[in-house]
Design a protein. Structure first.
Length: 543
């Protein structure tokens, strides 16, 4: 029976997410392949110089080892990478079930594991090869917990060996992804009847923590430098207050009644877990806090993977609460099972909506990437979904790795059409047919409609300042609407909040335009602005 349940849970990701096998490279995939192809052999395990100057400022060697293994097995054919992704998810389901069985009956253990796999955060994260290390870290964390419990329950003679093995596996999990680091703070709270000897058995984790810190210092030169949107002062408080709502939105998705129903069921499960006593309440609260705290600094723009550990904590707490309430007589067993089935049903509905949204975006990125590789010189893609850095890696793959002719390109803002009255063939994504189509015959109408909507004399205000290594900005005067930074006549563009700060300096050698689109549909641009914060830490322009 145990093997049958574990096998069913391992098969669930294939049932839910098999269409990912159709995808091509998306998001940061080609950036990672670029590093693996051009870097020294096995640089991710030992080369501090490469880490500090070429690689991303994060220490995730097991991610690169996993991707490098795929590259050597499958070449640069994505289907093998995505199959590996599904295998990793399958192992998560089976490992989580095995760990929950240390405390819970079969049914409630299967519920916790299955509910996690059905989560909207899992559906959104599963599509991205660049975050496979989240799942592989979860598998290693599950093994570390199982070994730790074995040390607590085992014979006096075997316990130290199991504790050392647990610490070693936790160390590997940290090398996969930093989400594993907080586990060392939660392990002392693992529910066991007999707590004697925990301090002595915890010593290997102290050794592993020191080794991990030393390796970070060696490879990165210290703590990883901050990246993404910068936060300071009262901004931290606002970000912390907004984080629970962002996590809840990611868990519930945007699927209407099913999402709200799932959130209500999740909240009821958390309340049930908190009501089981101080020990359960403390573990539930600590689990949620340790899940959310590491993502706080990067939560300005919230990604599905940022809610992954919170959803894991919720799924586990719900399984424990259901088992306890049904066995202690606080709730009839049939009622507890009914609530569990409702949670699974609502989770499945939300999962399918989250998957459809995420898969649609990934399918578009895949189609645009494949199309770009096949383009001829002079052909353009209109407003692809990829970010500028992602598109730059696509150009590297086409021109440097595959050796195809230069000259194919894209534009991310239709200002390009206004500034270039004559363009070659243009293609773009068609949402209805879900494929790339020829837009060349539509370009004159698109150009006329867009250029006529530009109000060149509309008021606009730009303030950009240097704050240490970060860049902050304040755009106006409009409170509503969308602002963008636009470079190179519309070839490159990024959506930006009206007020914000980023852990990077604006390039001084590229002229910047600020774009504003009003809710009514009209658009205005600044002229080309030369922003050199190295020369002057404050730049202002207004019209």
């Amino acid at each position: 029976m145990e093997l049958s349940i574990a096998t069913a849970l391992a098969a669930l990701p294939w049932l839910l997410y098999w269409p990912m096998l159709r995808l091509w490279w998306t998001f940061d995939d080609l950036f990672h392949q670029h590093l693996l192809v051009t870097g020294p052999r096995l640089w991710y395990l030992w080369d501090a110089e490469f880490y500090r100057h070429a690689a991303p400022k994060m220490m995730t060697p097991l991610l690169f080892l996993s991707l490098d293994l795929d590259r050597r097995l499958f070449g640069l054919h994505p289907v093998g990478f995505y199959a590996h992704q599904l295998v990793s998810l399958s192992l998560v389901g089976a490992a989580l079930y095995a760990v929950l069985r240390l405390w819970l009956p079969r049914g409630w253990s299967a519920l916790g594991s299955g509910l996690f796999l059905l989560g909207a955060p899992v559906a959104g994260t599963a599509l991205q090869l660049m975050v496979r290390h989240y799942f592989e870290a979860l598998v290693l964390m599950a093994v570390a917990v199982a070994l730790w419990v074995g040390a607590l329950r085992g014979q006096e003679r075997r316990a130290p060996a199991l504790a050392w093995a647990s610490a070693a596996v936790w160390f590997l999990a940290c090398l996969a992804k930093e989400i594993a680091v907080p586990l060392v703070l939660f392990l002392p709270l693992v529910p066991e009847v007999e707590p004697r000897g925990r301090g002595r058995l915890f010593f290997p984790y102290g050794v592993a923590a020191v080794a991990y810190a030393a390796l970070r210092v060696y490879l990165l030169g210290g703590p990883a430098p901050p990246s993404g949107f910068a936060v300071s002062g009262v901004g931290w408080l606002r970000l912390a207050m907004a984080l629970p709502a962002k996590v809840a939105t990611s868990i519930g998705g945007l699927s209407g009644a099913a999402g709200w129903g799932l959130l209500a069921t999740v909240l009821a499960g958390l309340v049930a877990a908190l009501a089981l006593g101080r020990g359960s309440a403390f573990r539930t609260g600590a689990g949620l806090a340790l899940a959310m705290a590491p993502v706080l600094p990067v939560s300005t723009v919230f990604e599905p993977r940022f809610a992954l550990m919170s959803w894991l904590a919720v799924a586990i707490a719900g399984a424990f609460a259901g088992a306890a309430w049904s066995t202690r007589g606080r709730m009839p067993r049939r009622a507890a099972i009914a609530v569990a089935l409702v949670a699974v049903g609502l989770g499945a509905l939300v999962n399918r909506q989250a998957w459809a949204d995420g898969f649609g975006e990934s399918l578009r990125r895949s189609a645009e990437g494949r199309y770009f590789v096949s383009m001829k010189a002079g052909e353009l893609v209109r407003r692809p979904a990829g970010l500028p850095a992602e598109l730059g890696e696509l150009r590297w793959f086409r021109e440097q790795y595959l050796g195809l002719p230069r000259g194919a390109g894209w534009f991310l803002d239709d200002l390009y059409l206004c500034l270039h009255p004559e363009t070659g063939p243009v293609a773009g994504w068609d949402a209805l047919s879900r494929r790339m189509v020829d837009l060349t015959w539509q370009v004159p109408a698109i150009r006329h409609r867009y250029c006529e909507a530009i109000r060149w004399r509309a008021p606009l205000r730009v303030e950009i300042r240097a704050e240490g290594a970060a860049t902050s900005w304040d755009l106006g005067p409009y409170g509503e609407g969308q602002y963008d930074f636009v470079w190179e006549e519309g070839t490159s563009a990024l959506a930006m909040p009206r007020v914000g700060s980023f852990h990077a300096r604006l390039p001084s050698d590229r002229a910047l335009r600020v774009r504003y689109q009003a809710p009514e549909g009209w658009v205005t641009y600044s002229p080309d602005l030369t922003v050199d914060l190295a020369r002057s830490p404050l730049f202002r322009w207004s019209r």
